[in-house]
Write a protein that binds this ligand. Structure first.
Ligand SMILES: [Cu+2]
Length: 362
């Protein structure tokens, strides 16, 4: 635990130093869509200093290297002042990218772009940077909370781009807020499993230990934040089955789909004997029951949850049912290292839905 706290503190300090000397690219954000490969892409952002040179770059797929495709200069006078008092100088550029900068996805195309100052990268952000800005009182917070994990890169997708293997169905045009695993075709479920698995690390698994599972506010509130952090990771990949990165919900009354039965293996030689605490990997043990027949009980269905007037009451009605699912599925899922099983995240999305349904009560 102590190691991870030190590591995150170091990350904060490094980001602060980086941000002090640079700035950000807000457009395009990582995962932004444009109509077609012929569309003009607008690049814009802020520097912390006036009159700075900005190099706009894109990945040339033919050459296999970054190429400067445009330049900009930060404004000579202050454009806006961040709420913490930091003065920001805007820059912008706009152009369509030639064909060599676009690569084909399952359907549609994507381009990789970034922007650089004379001796620093501008941070690239996620699509939720607007709401993230509201939660970030300082420029340093903004840099830490809102940048994409693919920073300094941002991917631009055409509207018809779909992440996933070739020949795999696109999500329907009717836009949903969130899908269930059952609604997603098997080949795309495999792709989604891959993305969820990619997010899982020792630090992420360890983060589950910070949730107080016997306190209603922590159980509901901290699991939600935990899920949302994965969604921030998922949102940049252009997978239409994950609108805004939202984790697909698993209905625990149905069998775990075959693509989702795996547990992420820890790095070689780092399988912990029972817990990721005091260990560099995590505990990886196969699920013992992938069809636990554990549906959402009727008292926890939308509408019926409204019989509970306090969060503590909702927690009392939920947590035993929640615990027994973990026990029934077994293996890693029956331990505090359960987030190492990707299905954990889809299962907890259902638990979170119960809270959402309760929040929506009159
Ligand atoms: Cu759980």
């Amino acid at each position: 635990m102590r190691t991870s706290i030190h590591r995150s503190l170091l990350t904060v300090l490094m980001a602060a130093v980086l941000m002090m000397a640079s700035g950000c690219m807000l457009s395009p954000y990582d995962g932004q869509r444009v109509s077609t490969t012929a569309s003009s892409i607008s690049f814009s952002g802020y520097d912390l200093s006036p009159n700075k040179n900005v190099s706009i770059q894109a990945w040339n797929h033919g050459l296999g290297q970054w190429v400067q495709v445009g330049t900009a200069t930060s404004s000579s006078t202050v454009s806006i002042t961040y709420p913490d008092g930091t003065e920001l100088y805007s820059w912008s550029f706009s152009a369509a990218l030639p064909a060599a900068y676009w690569a084909a996805g399952t359907s549609g195309h994507y381009a990789r772009v970034r922007s650089m100052g004379d001796d620093y990268n501008y941070i690239s952000v996620r699509g939720d940077w607007g709401s993230c800005f509201n939660e970030s009182p300082t420029v340093t917070d903004f840099s830490n909370n809102c940048r994409s994990h693919r920073n300094p890169e941002a991917y631009v997708y055409t509207n018809d781009y779909q992440h996933g293997p070739p020949g795999c169905a696109n999500a329907p045009a009717t836009s949903k807020t969130r899908y269930t695993l059952a609604e997603i075709p098997a080949c795309q479920r495999a792709a989604v499993f891959g993305l969820q698995q990619q997010y899982i690390t020792h630090d992420i698994v360890l983060g589950h230990y910070d949730i107080n599972h016997s306190l209603a506010t922590s159980f509901f509130g901290d699991h939600r934040k935990y899920l949302q952090n994965m969604e921030k990771f998922l949102m940049v990949y252009g997978n239409k089955w994950l609108p805004s990165g939202r984790i697909p919900l698993w209905d625990s009354g149905t069998a775990i789909p075959a693509e989702f039965t795996g547990v992420k293996p820890p790095p070689a030689g780092q399988n912990c004997t029972s817990t990721s605490e005091g260990c560099t990997g995590w505990y990886s043990s196969p699920l013992t029951n992938t069809n636990p027949l554990h549906p959402r009980p009727s008292n926890l269905l939308a509408g019926n949850v409204c019989q509970y007037t306090t969060l503590d009451q909702l927690f009392s009605a939920t947590h035993h049912w929640h615990n027994s699912l973990h026990t029934k599925v077994g293996g890693t899922m029956a331990t505090f290292d359960s987030p190492a099983a990707p299905i954990f995240w889809n299962w907890h999305t259902l638990v979170d839905q119960i809270w959402r349904d309760w929040e929506a009560c009159p």
